[in-house]
Design a binder for this molecule. Structure first.
Ligand code: GDP
Ligand code: IMO
Ligand code: MG
Length: 427
């Protein structure tokens, strides 16, 4: 019953989509367990490029059943536009399963996300504006709308009414916006019900039965460890648990079932939106990483902030997720630097600190302590095995592995499926 969790070890955009797609051919189910269409996962298959936001990246592998778990927040309009975009390109999406317990991102949740950010001004989080935070807030407040509510008009109406009672007070009196009408929201949501019905399932039962039958299940995280609501750089985080525990609650699978936890780790660091980032670069090197790495958001088109590799963060990701492996991505982007700085520790108010400080104030004061590693100039995009890599690239990978606390079992040397060096099998 192999059950693998694949998640971001940094601030998202590590290359989870590529890694999931790579495994897609050998797994039976790929499950999203948290987040929603704030994710932007790029998958390159041959000369075709796909950008997935809500759907699991396994949807591109025939034979694999994609699952949207109970922990995900679903915007039905995004779901159907993503499905039809894939269908137009010849991808069969008929196997998709959507949990009846997943929460729905309603139009008012998107409105609240946008007005809140606008109101925060300089203090904004820099959210993707997709309604993620307000939808999870409603869920925790026990005011959320679930997929199953679309099949009981009376319950749906009562719930939307209750949610809007409070929100309309806030929208009209505080944010100076127009009130949102219950019947309009209910009408729009009911309009999705029949189209969605064939996909709705008891995904907890399906996944646990699959594991009992020795099927291979892969849990694909959105976002990343440092964006986790509990373990990330709060409040500059997303509103869910991308960390490994989130796979259990967000899919209804017990922790004893998980056999492997793979952290996707970029060979340098990026972040989108606001919040602390100790190794961030504001110079030509940062510009070069952005240009060579194509570091522009898949969801919002924003430039990603770029910086050197941070081993303190990688160690932290190993710890909070119980990582068994790393998949190191984008090593090819570092080709051409004579020397590559790697952050091995922080200096905080004059003291050397080896581990991620729990205090937000300390993290804001953290200055990177760099070790310089020798670079390489050879093109590595065609490398098929570890020994194909130049000696200095090998040494860079080994150094990162030692600092990060888990074996690097695969290395990405390009965006394509086959541009991967597999060192240890994940299955
Ligand atoms: P995700 O959100 O974690 O799935 O990552 P994104 O898709 O947002 O960003 C990763 C980007 O890097 C995408 O454009 C991928 O196609 C690309 N990518 C993934 N792995 C590699 C790699 O090893 N080398 C290079 N050059 N690009 C990669
Ligand atoms: P993938 O899955 C990078 C960031 C946003 C913002 C914060 C909160 O592609 O790695 P939200 O809309 O979630 O409330 O925004 O989280 N963020 C991401 N950054 N990659 C992502 O997803 C992200 N999803 C959310 O930029 O700072
Ligand atoms: Mg992304």
């Amino acid at each position: 019953m192999p059950a693998l969790v694949l998640l971001g070890a940094q601030w998202g955009d590590e290359g989870k989509g590529k890694a999931t797609d790579l495994l897609g051919g050998s797994v039976d189910y790929v499950v999203r367990y948290q987040g929603g269409n704030n994710a932007g996962h790029t998958v390159v298959v041959g000369d075709q490029k796909y950008a997935l936001h809500l759907l699991p990246s396994g949807i591109l592998s025939p034979g694999c059943t994609p699952v949207i778990g109970n922990g995900v927040v679903v915007d039905p309009s995004v779901l159907f536009s993503e499905l039809s975009g894939l269908n137009e390109r010849g991808v069969d999406t008929s196997k998709l399963l959507v949990s009846g317990n997943a929460h729905i991102i309603t139009p008012y949740n998107v409105t609240v996300d946008k007005v809140t950010e606008r109101f925060l001004g300089k203090r904004k989080i820099g959210t993707t504006g997709r309604g993620i935070g307000p939808t999870y807030a409603d869920k925790i407040n026990r005011m959320g709308i679930r997929v199953q509510d679309l099949y009981d008009e009376s319950i749906l109406t009562q719930k939307v009414e209750a949610a809007l009672d409070v929100k309309n007070q806030m929208l009209t009196k505080f944010y100076n916006r127009r009130a949102i009408a219950t019947d309009q929201v209910v009408g729009e949501l009911l309009g999705y019900a029949e189209k969605l019905r064939p996909y709705v399932a008891d995904t907890v039962l399906v996944l646990n039965q699959a594991l009992e039958q020795d099927k291979v299940v892969l849990f694909e995280g959105g976002q990343g460890t440092l964006l986790d609501i509990d373990h990330g750089t709060y409040p500059f985080v997303t509103s869910s648990n991308p960390t490994a525990g989130g796979a259990c609650t967000g899919a209804g699978v017990g922790p004893t079932k998980i056999t492997r936890v793979i952290g996707i780790l970029k060979a340098y660091t990026t972040r989108v939106g606001a919040g602390p980032f100790p190794t961030e670069l504001f110079d030509e090197d940062g510009e070069a990483l952005r240009r060579i790495g194509g570091e522009r958001g898949v969801t919002t088109g924003r430039d990603r902030r770029c910086g050197w590799f941070d081993a303190v963060i990688a160690r932290y990701a190993t710890r909070v997720n119980g990582l068994t492996d790393f998949f190191l991505t984008k090593l090819d982007v570092l080709t051409g630097w004579e020397q590559i700085p790697v952050c091995v520790a922080y200096e905080i108010d004059g003291k050397r600190v080896e581990e991620l400080p729990y205090s937000q104030t300390d993290f804001h004061h953290a200055k990177p302590v760099y070790e310089m590693l020798p670079g390489w100039s050879e093109d590595i995009t065609g490398a098929k095995s570890f020994s194909d890599l130049p000696k200095n690239a090998q040494a860079y990978v080994k150094a990162l592995e030692e600092m990060s606390g888990a074996p690097i079992s695969a290395i990405g040397v390009g965006p394509g499926r086959d541009e991967t060096i597999q060192i240890n099998s994940f299955l």
